[in-house]
Design a protein around this ligand. Structure first.
Ligand code: ZN
Length: 290
């Protein structure tokens, strides 16, 4: 792909990290771009989770987003979009660097590392993680919320995965049918509509819905309770849920669907010359308006 110029990062702190009262707070910090995830941010999230995992002062973790939105998805059009350049940090996956690779290899290697592998690693982190979701939680944003143990949303939050409009069968971390009843998940993906926080709560995808101004306090309160639990016990409890989900097929299904996801990217490249069906953020918004 040669569809972009060199990225221009608007910040060297795409993720903020702080520890207080036994809780690590990781904050997505590209508010001017709805906290869209570029590679720079994704590696910074990985760094922050590693730091929190190793930090004995942190018994629980909060994942939050600065500004109006939790996360508007993967970066498909800001000046900091960096899909064709080498990773900003040390690669975490032993495939060769994706940059400059031909054909399907580039996107496959990159997405394997920064989406599938990282999301799995974050989900396996042996400390409880609470997502604080306000505003938009779209596509790649879902991946961040879904790897957390608990999700608290504000009343203005909404969830959507509209990537089928790009000809792609859902985001790279295909947990849809595990996060929602499969019938609901089909509608969620096929129609790509926004699911309000209240509906997500009714379905059990979200644990609590609170007024926007009360979101931080609610999440702080829950995280403080989690941080006070016996450390090893809660790590084992978390593993118990992950194992149970994976024995129910979650991990294997996700691995298989990742191949379909890349068949779609390759098909789009062959037919319209662009892995995302030629759609950027503006075109996606126009499609959403119908
Ligand atoms: Zn993809």
């Amino acid at each position: 792909m040669t569809d972009q110029q060199a990225p221009v990062y608007e910040t060297d702190q795409p993720v903020l990290y702080a520890v207080a009262d036994g809780v690590a707070r990781i904050t997505l910090n590209r508010p001017a771009f709805g906290n869209a995830q570029n590679g720079q941010m994704t590696y910074a999230i990985d760094d922050a989770f590693r730091r929190a995992a190793a930090d004995d002062a942190a018994g629980a973790i909060i994942l939050a987003g600065a500004g109006k939105h939790f996360c508007g998805g993967h970066d498909i059009g800001t000046p900091g979009r960096d899909v064709t350049v080498s990773a900003p940090g040390e690669r975490r996956f032993l495939w060769p660097d994706h940059a400059g690779k031909p054909g399907a290899e580039q996107a496959y290697a990159r997405e394997q590392e920064i989406y599938l592998e990282m999301c799995r690693r974050w989900r396996s982190l042996p400390k409880p993680v609470v997502a604080a979701v306000q505003g938009a939680c779209i596509a790649g944003g879902l991946m961040l919320a879904w790897v957390c143990d608990l999700i608290v949303a504000s009343e203005d939050a909404f969830f959507s995965d509209p990537v089928l409009r790009m000809g792609v069968p859902g985001v790279e971390y295909f947990a849809h049918a595990f996060e929602m009843h499969p019938r609901v998940a089909r509608e969620f993906l096929f129609l790509g509509d926004r699911m309000p926080a209240e509906r997500a709560y009714q379905l059990g995808m979200v644990n609590r819905v609170v007024p926007r101004e009360g979101l931080a306090a609610e999440v702080d309160m829950i995280a403080a309770r989690l941080a006070a639990l016996p450390r090893f016990g809660v790590a084992l409890a978390k593993q118990a849920f992950n194992l149970t989900e994976d024995l129910g097929g979650k991990r294997g299904a996700m691995e298989a669907v990742f191949g379909l996801h890349h068949l779609a990217h390759a098909h789009n490249s062959l037919t319209v010359g662009h892995g995302n069906g030629g759609l950027d953020a503006k075109a996606m918004a126009a499609q959403a308006r119908g």
